[in-house]
Ligand binder design. Structure first.
Ligand code: TNX
Length: 725
């Protein structure tokens, strides 16, 4: 895959589009020529860095670059020298050659990353450009990171990402000078790391679906779904990441979010018959605090984890614990009494305290989500806190004196929607690229301009409830927002400017991502209707972006006409626009934002069903924007019916389901049928990921959603019908 810099706007200099932007870039005189005979010299101990550099150069050059024992005139030199900060480097490109100098192999690696961004984007591709010569503009760059912790968190429990997938993410992180991979290895919906002492954890706990210890979830079907990493794979990935100067921090989320663990070892939960629904809609997912055996099992597990991961930290989760079981558990209550613990929050603290003891005993420090200091309990201040809930919780963490990683939802949660119409969560708001880029960790957490030593750095979080569909949503959610976060973490405050960042994306970095094979998000154009001139005014996201359009309300495709200016039309509501990039990437389709794109009718109707649902919810569902939650898991044969007061003539009906904020808990297994005014019943089709649109053949008196199998959440969420004229 090769794509030249976006047509029209060529980067002014080979160093004008570097992401994250370096600390200091001083243009030089002339340029350096790489050609047959160019050689590379490197200090001892840089074998991986040399191979990495040459491996990439091979995608651009037609010639081999030999490694020499002495620096060569006109060649590439990677030199270890004293005097640089830990990850800092200097990169000098002159007609006499290329020099990368640093005090550590990490610094050299980052210097190489910057240098690679000065070459054609094919350097990241799979085939070779086979150039016989290649010029790089002379420049002098000195660079070092703002924060020592620059991370990405991946949840592999809700959606399974195999070892190859994880390695690809690590490659992408390395390009962006990110240096911590936080691996969320166990959650309610799957245990993903082999533990030799308890093989059942992966034999059983890594799988979900009908007949498995954890039930089907997130619309991934009734079949066996899941996977896990063997210890051999884990070691390989740890090594792979370390080569790329990325430390992996493993997380096992406890004592809540533990359904897969409890599924395998039911005795780890409190021995009480209570029902509760966790923040994520799970049941039976909390460990008993009072059961001593639990701490022995957890110690065994952490012992193996400690030996697999060289990181100084083990992350124990600690978020979103439902307290119902503890409150009702005689053992937890007796423990609380004995230790003088007040309320469930102090039981939570007790649990964390016990884990911290275990983790310290293994020679590691503890990391956890910000709730681990939800009560006033104070742990060893060596704990690393991950602020996620809010700016407030981040402030609390810093005020209490903890080193804090900023992963605050409203900036860093890349599972949030990028615009209201897109897939994603929205509990932390809509998180467009500009929002992620706007993060100023110190300003929001300490209010002061100076960087606080307590702010370890920043991290992107990719939770995976919604990642299984559509294909490659992971890449779409990560990019380009991860580029923005990398710049927040690396670049100095004075050098950061959103317009300039976007310009670098469009003139260089998108082509790099494209050559890496990343299905990144392309921004749609902005379209407004101007009634005075009767035209649609189309503003592409960037001057050279390719926008295509359709006339019939459908999403534009690669063969749709290209939009080159404003469009005069008497049917503005029918037109849709999308931005295209390279071969295969396109944005969501949009219409004019200031007119009604659909003409809905809202007939009178009543909604009924044969399973529990509140009157209020049923009444709500009779409205187009309505929502109704089933009071239990649905079964085959369950039916929800929308009955019209009188026959409705319409062009199209759209059935949707799923929670309005996230799309979670959609109706997974069902078909839709409708009754026409003459009394006949027509099957409209199966729901596909909770949705179906159809054009009725005659006036409609009733629409029925008929379940064909059980639903996969504790509730199923129905929505009002969208009926078009
Ligand atoms: C909150 S962040 C969670 C996760 C969810 C996420 C969805 C955190 C510590 N807990 O379990 O996946 O929200 O955005």
């Amino acid at each position: 895959m090769i794509l030249a810099v976006a047509a029209g706007i060529a980067a002014a200099r080979t160093y004008s589009a570097i992401v994250p932007i370096p600390q200091s870039v001083v243009p030089g005189e002339g340029r350096c020529l790489l050609q047959e005979g160019t050689a590379v010299y490197a200090s001892e101990g840089l074998d991986f860095e040399v191979d990495y550099l040459l491996g990439h150069l091979a995608h651009v050059m037609s010639f081999e670059i030999p490694r020499t024992m002495e620096p060569q005139e006109g060649g590439l030199s990677l030199i270890l020298a004293e005097g640089y900060a830990p990850e800092a480097y200097r990169l000098e490109v002159t007609p006499e050659g290329v020099l990368v100098e640093a005090s550590s192999s990490a610094g050299i690696f980052y210097g190489i990353q910057t240098f690679l961004q000065m070459l054609p984007p094919a350097v990241y591709g799979e085939t070779s450009l086979e150039l016989t010569r290649c010029y790089v503009d002379a420049v002098s760059i000195t660079d070092s990171p703002r924060y020592g912790y620059r991370g990405t968190m991946l949840d592999v429990s809700r959606t399974w990402f195999d070892a190859e997938h994880v390695k690809r993410l690590i490659d992408w992180m390395a390009v962006h000078k990110l240096n911590r991979f936080h691996w969320h290895l166990a959650d309610d919906n799957g245990w993903r790391i082999e533990i030799r002492k308890y093989p059942q954890l992966t034999r059983e706990g890594a799988w979900r679906g009908d007949g498995e210890v954890t039930p089907a979830a997130y619309g991934q079907g009734h079949g066996r779904y899941g996977g896990y990493y063997t210890q051999k794979e884990i070691r390989e990935i740890v090594r792979y990441a370390a080569d790329r100067h990325i430390e992996i921090i493993p997380e096992i989320d406890l004592p809540g979010h533990s359904r897969s663990l409890v599924g395998v070892f039911p005795d780890m939960a409190c021995p009480v018959d209570v029902s509760y629904i966790s923040a994520n809609g799970e049941t039976d997912n909390v460990l008993c605090v009072a059961r001593e055996e639990n701490y022995r099992i957890l110690r065994d597990i952490f012992k193996e984890i400690a030996s697999l991961f060289p990181s100084g930290y083990i992350h124990i989760g600690g978020d979103e614990v439902d307290h119902t079981a503890w409150t009702n558990c005689p053992h937890c209550q007796a423990l609380a009494k004995e230790k003088g613990l007040e309320g469930p929050q102090e039981l939570h603290s007790w649990f964390v305290y016990r884990l911290e003891e275990i983790i310290h005993g293994l020679g590691k420090k503890m990391a956890g989500w910000d709730e681990i200091v939800i009560s006033d309990a104070v742990y060893d201040r060596s704990a690393l806190l991950y602020a996620w809930r809010s700016v407030r919780s981040g402030r609390m963490s810093v005020e209490k004196g903890y080193r804090t990683v900023v992963q605050i939802g409203e900036y860093c949660y890349l599972d949030m929607k990028q615009s209201p119409a897109e897939r994603g969560h929205s509990w932390a708001g809509i998180v467009p690229l500009s929002k992620t880029y706007s993060l100023e960790p110190d300003e929001i957490l300490t209010g002061g301009p100076a960087d606080s030593a307590l702010i370890a750095g920043v991290q992107a979080g990719l939770w995976a409830e919604l990642m299984a569909w559509p294909p490659r949503l992971m890449e779409y959610q990560l990019f380009p927002r991860l580029c923005a976060l990398a710049e927040v973490g690396w670049s100095s405050r004075e050098n950061r400017d959103f317009a300039d960042f976007e310009q670098r994306l469009y003139t260089g970095h998108f082509s790099r991502l494209y050559n890496m094979g990343i299905a990144f998000r392309v921004a749609p154009p902005e379209v407004v209707y101007d009634s005075a001139s009767g035209s649609l005014q189309v503003r592409p996201p960037h001057p050279s972006a390719v926008v295509r359009y359709s006339f019939d309300g459908s999403a534009p495709v690669a063969s749709s006409p290209v939009c080159t200016g404003n469009i005069v039309t008497d049917r503005p509501e029918q037109m849709r626009f999308a931005t295209f990039f390279g071969d295969g990437l396109s944005s969501i389709a949009v219409g004019a934002s200031n007119i009604e794109l659909y003409s809905y009718i809202d007939p009178e109707m009543t909604v009924t069903c044969n399973f529990p649902m509140s009157e209020g919810n049923l009444a709500s569902l009779a409205k187009r924007d309505g929502t109704g939650y089933s009071g239990r898991v649905l079964q085959a044969g369950d039916v929800l019916a929308y009955t019209m007061e009188s026959p409705v003539t319409c062009s199209r009906i759209t059935v949707t389901s799923g929670a309005p904020s996230s799309g979670m808990f959609y109706v997974t297994d069902a078909y839709v049928e409708y009754t026409t005014a003459d009394g006949s019943t027509v099957k409209a089709g199966e729901l596909y990921h909770g949705e179906l649109s159809f054009s009725p053949v005659a006036p409609v008196t009733r629409v029925r959603i008929v379940m064909t199998d059980s639903n996969d959440g504790y509730t199923a969420v129905f929505r009002g019908l969208k009926i078009e004229k």
